[in-house]
Design a protein around this ligand. Sequence first.
Ligand code: NAD
Length: 437
Amino acid sequence: MRVAMIGTGYVGLVSGACFADFGHEVTCVDKDAGKIDALKRGEMPIFEPGLSDLVASNTRAGRLKFTTELAPAVSEADAVFIAVGTPSRRGDGHADLSFVHEAAREIARALEGFTVVVTKSTVPVGTGDEVERIINETRPNCECAVVSNPEFLREGAAIRDFKHPDRIVVGADNARAREVMSEIYRPLYLNRSPIMFTDRRTAELIKYAANAFLATKITFINEIADLAEKVGADVQEIARGIGLDNRIGSKFLHAGPGYGGSCFPKDTLALLKTGQDHDAPLRIAEAVVAVNDTRKRAMARKVSAALKGEVRGKTIAVLGLTFKPNTDDMREAPSIPIITALQDMGAKVRAYDPEGMEQAKHYVTDVVFCRDAYDCAKGASALVIVTEWEQFRALDFERLKSVMERRMLVDLRNVYRPDEVARHGFGYESIGRRRRR
Ligand SMILES: NC(=O)c1ccc[n+]([C@@H]2O[C@H](COP(=O)([O-])OP(=O)(O)OC[C@H]3O[C@@H](n4cnc5c(N)ncnc54)[C@H](O)[C@@H]3O)[C@@H](O)[C@H]2O)c1
């Protein structure tokens, strides 16, 4: 199959490289010439484990190409994927569909022969209808079918997720389009990843329902963690105790500083707006969004409480800036409101992240970016683990002791065991477990 991928960001680049790896001929298109030039030189615009090798081998094999020219890529393609961004619209929280609509117009002008236009971006229900309308308006009588194929990959494990998905969801009403989609994903369902065909609107809503449900699970356990802290229970044990129930499942029950990232915050918000627009308010999702919003700054208050309020003029060391490990993505990372709240309290912030510091510079100011965890801890009154990168899991406490002003670890990801930290003579604050100071 010949595939054109419009938008070469996290989703477009990973999907394009994986499709090429399945044996398809893929052209990744982006209007960001700098990104395309870098990719042509073999430089990855994002940090994602395994991506560089996957792109290199498929480029070498001649199956993966990069260009800023949309028209030739689209005219030759059997399927054109739209993988452009759908950020929150400023002011009202609806999904901003301007990139999707613009891509649809450009695609329409270039279509030749029967082509399946596939929306891979996360888009509100009804967007496929609008894409179809735009295409028909721009190119009346063109031969094409508009399909929804939401993407469920997680940053940091994107290639594995793409190649071993729990399911592939395809919303398509047209039989020929279903055949093309089956052919594109054949290597996967031969590997037993179920491909689920449904109608377009259902597919669009599946993506939002999935993200809202996962965000709900996280928020639920976060609130249980707060209660556990107050009553002297242990949220880790509670998560295990409920997660062993198959009806609940153990995933997404890790209490922490609140969800962030490029998807959950904007997608939960967009779902609320869709619900309101259709007079079907989603009260549970509304509560999830509200609870999560206030949680991040509350984490700064946790740091302050650990230091008995002595934050002004003190140095706080923040370990981990990205919204999760194994990515350099800083979009909506909990570290941002935590750092700004600490600064509002008068703290000086030092920070270290293995991959995210370049991106972080666009999101926070007046932060001293450090070489490693120990450099970061220099002179600090508290060390705060915000993102659980592997390298923060076995810190050398003796070394930390020698550089920190006060021995206090605030572990917002429950990486350590309280007794272990206490043994090293550190005060310890974590999420949903008994306090030790
Ligand atoms: N990042 C994730 O983990 C993830 C997971 C699942 C779904 N999604 C969804 O996938 C979509 C893309 O997300 P992302 O994180 O890859 O976004 P991104 O911002 O990383 O990439 C989008 C790319 O599209 C390009 N672009 C925009 N308009 C274009 C046009 N007309 N022609 C060519 N290129 C164009 C931009 O230059 C950018 O490089 C979003 O809807 C997102 O919600 C993301």
